[in-house]
Design a protein around this ligand. Structure first.
Ligand code: NAG
Ligand code: NAG
Ligand code: NAG
Ligand code: NAG
Ligand code: NAG
Ligand code: NAG
Ligand code: NAG
Length: 428
């Protein structure tokens, strides 16, 4: 008996020694980044088999960016609140400097978990976005905005239970990572003034084997933006409100070889609000934007959007090739712009719900009552299909479509014209 006890005591002692829990120190009134960065640099035991804990009961002040050294089997636990610096000019100067790591929080390594608190009152990251959105009415404030959280080249990662309150702009990026599960996160980028929460993309997904599920997003830009290279991305059972929905192709500006392919399977259902009635239900649209500029043409191949519930969405399905970087001038007119994007095997199926037709949807020549707009160049798209689509307009008037039959080569699931939505054999 004694012997057994001794063994078990030794075992638990060695286990306890192997795992380090480090509580991030806090110094009231000061920036907490330097002390954390210094501890991580000085103390290799924090980088392997460790929990780095932002403690409950504390509001940390992360006024300057923090780039974690390469981690292995590490949980970064956000049990306390975190605030960014409130000073826009200072933050812009940091973002502009050549030493800025690209994001406010950067992680790399293997087996990395970023976990928020399950206590509704704690674990919130407040980036003071409202100040930025109000200031952004002036063009000078639109520059040098900090991106939020990056998993940069993480293999085997998890981002769970994170809660972001008024992020300045782009929230999570997992570009270049492999096998990451991003789930049960909440992002609230809702403006309480007339200023729009611009560029508050929730999840930027370049990478491989990424699973996004059970996330709740209120924002003013893409809920998911798939960039390149990317493959095997699943986004399901999530709620996106107020932004541009699920986009492919608007990322990768000036970036890597275009390779958005394989299976992007999206199961998307509105699950109602978890943040209270003051936030209006307005999921604007599910958009596929095929390209950002002429140098960045992304072939889209084998993508399925399915089981999507729409609640007052302005333009549920929008595929456009007229998409270019408006910062560099007018829309290009040459032939390479018109022929170098290709679309192959894209399916939209099981869409149900309502279209907000109270105002226009922004597409030239539209009625504002369209469930689908296919805006394509000739000879660029094959096997584009919208099937089992069952939507109504809020006003009760007929649902419409826009589609130029000279640009499609198959039965797209509805009569391809600018007119009433009339399902065909392939769309029933
Ligand atoms: C955050 O740190 C800055 C200095 O970087 C300081 O001016 C500010 O008061 C701190 N805020 C809090 C809430 O501690
Ligand atoms: C290194 O981490 C250990 C374990 O948490 C801690 O006791 C020690 O103070 C840390 N050292 C530094 C320099 O932060
Ligand atoms: C990552 O976690 C898995 C599963 O626990 C483990 O088998 C693997 O050895 C870990 N990888 C590293 C580099 O520690
Ligand atoms: C998911 O997040 C919510 C809200 O932050 C939290 O209350 C809940 O416990 C989380 N669920 C799981 C399974 O972690
Ligand atoms: C944590 O931050 C959230 C969002 O800003 C806030 O609502 C909550 O009151 C804060 N919690 C505490 C205990 O200060
Ligand atoms: C969509 O819903 C149908 C019917 O409920 C189900 O059979 C199918 O597996 C779902 N598709 C996805 C991708 O979840
Ligand atoms: C087409 O126009 C774009 C933008 O104006 C330009 O960058 C590109 O070089 C042009 N391509 C050709 C083949 O002329």
């Amino acid at each position: 008996m004694r012997f057994l006890h001794l063994i078990s005591a030794l075992c638990s002692a060695s286990l306890a020694a192997a795992w380090t829990t480090y509580v991030v120190p806090h110094s009231p009134g000061n920036d907490d980044t330097p002390a954390l960065a210094a501890a991580l640099a000085a103390n290799k035991s924090l980088l392997t088999d460790a929990t780095i804990l932002f403690q409950k009961g504390i509001t940390y002040n992360i006024s300057t960016p923090i780039s974690f050294p390469k981690l292995q089997n590490v949980v970064v636990s956000i049990e306390g609140n975190i605030t960014y610096a409130a000073d826009i000019k200072k933050t812009q100067a940091i973002v502009k400097s050549s030493s800025f790591p690209g994001h406010w929080f950067t992680f790399s390594g293997t087996n990395v978990t970023l976990a928020g608190s399950q206590d509704p009152n704690w674990g919130w990251v407040n980036a003071n976005g409202q100040k930025w959105w109000d200031a952004m009415q002036k063009v000078s404030s639109r520059v040098n905005r900090p991106h939020g959280w990056a998993f940069k080249g993480v293999t085997n990662g998890e981002i769970v239970n994170m809660k972001l309150w008024q992020p300045v702009a782009w929230s999570f990026s997992v570009s270049g990572s492999d096998n990451v599960h991003i789930h049960n996160n909440t992002i609230i980028a809702v403006s309480y003034s007339s200023s729009s929460p611009s560029n508050t993309d929730a999840f930027d997904a370049g990478g491989t084997n990424l699973l996004f599920e059970n996330n709740v997003v209120y924002n003013g830009d893409d809920c998911l933006a798939v960039g390149s290279p990317a493959s095997n991305i699943v986004f399901r059972n999530s709620y996106c409100n107020g932004g541009h929905g699920l986009s492919v192709g608007s990322l990768g500006k000036g970036g890597a070889v275009a390779d958005v392919q394989n299976i992007l399977r999206i199961r998307f259902t509105g699950q109602g609000s978890r943040v209270g009635p003051e936030v209006k239900e307005l999921l604007k649209s599910t958009i596929i934007e095929c390209l950002l500029d002429i140098s960045d043409r992304i072939p889209l191949f084998s993508i399925t959007w399915s089981n999507i519930t729409l609640k007052k969405v302005k333009l549920p399905i929008y595929v456009t090739q007229h998409y270019w970087d408006q910062n560099v001038g007018k829309e290009p007119t040459n032939s390479s712009y018109q022929t170098s994007t290709s679309i192959d095997t894209i399916t939209f199926q099981n869409f149900q719900g309502t279209i907000d037709d109270s105002k226009g949807n922004g597409v030239t020549g539209s009625t504002g009552k369209e469930v689908v707009v296919f805006d394509l160049f000739q000879g660029t798209a094959k096997s584009l299909l919208a099937k089992t689509i069952s939507t109504t307009t809020v006003s009760g008037s007929n649902v419409m479509v826009m589609c130029d039959p000279s640009t499609v080569s198959n039965d797209v699931g509805f009569k391809c014209w600018d007119g009433l939505y009339e399902p065909t054999a392939a769309g029933a």
